[in-house]
Design a protein around this ligand. Sequence first.
Ligand code: 6PG
Length: 229
Amino acid sequence: MQENSRWHVLASSEEVAVAVYEKILKAAEQAIAERGSFKIVLAGGSTPEKVYRLLAKASSDWSKWFIYHGDERCLPIDHADRNSLMVIQSFLQSVAIPDSQVFNIPAELGPDLGAKAYADVVAEALPFDMVLLGMGEDGHTASLFPGHVHDVEQLTHAVYNSPKPPPERVSISAKALSDTKELIYIITGANKQEAVKAWRMGDNLPVATITPQNSIDIYIDADAYNEGL
Ligand code: 6PG
């Protein structure tokens, strides 16, 4: 487990969503005041959707937001399982972030071309102001899976044989996800408990390979957190 982790254990997934939402809005306000823009990497999967629905109703200086994705599934752009579509429907369609500031991963091109194209986008964007990540039951994060080997110097990876469908994906690398002022994890549900335990015991899971200089904030509900450890 990363030494600089701060665990925020909350009673329910709703409380986790509100805490993450408040943390994002505060980071945005600070980044915009200090640097004139807010560059955030959004997590895929189902857990962060509650956060995105709260953001959709918030007020912020949306013209200063820049949106990136930690990973994407290699499916047609309008496929229901695309992370980009989930983010559009739950958040982006309700706020005035200019389209030119939303950087979807062109995963419809396939893992190799998609990763290559997005590496240029990431190179231009770094460092991020905030990276939001989820975690899978096997300790994966973004599309960085246990046992998969990548060139650690790359900014993005082409992913084949993902154990979570679909098998082909594009992911930002651990190195690039670590280049952020703030890193937050959102983790809820009892099915995540074993991976959380392994992470806290020091297992070298993908979730443990994101190592920013500043602290890491992990927002987790009591169901996912093993109090006994
Ligand atoms: C994806 C992801 C992945 C996700 C975790 C948690 O595209 O599948 O970005 O890393 O965040 O698997 O997913 P859930 O929130 O659905 O449990």
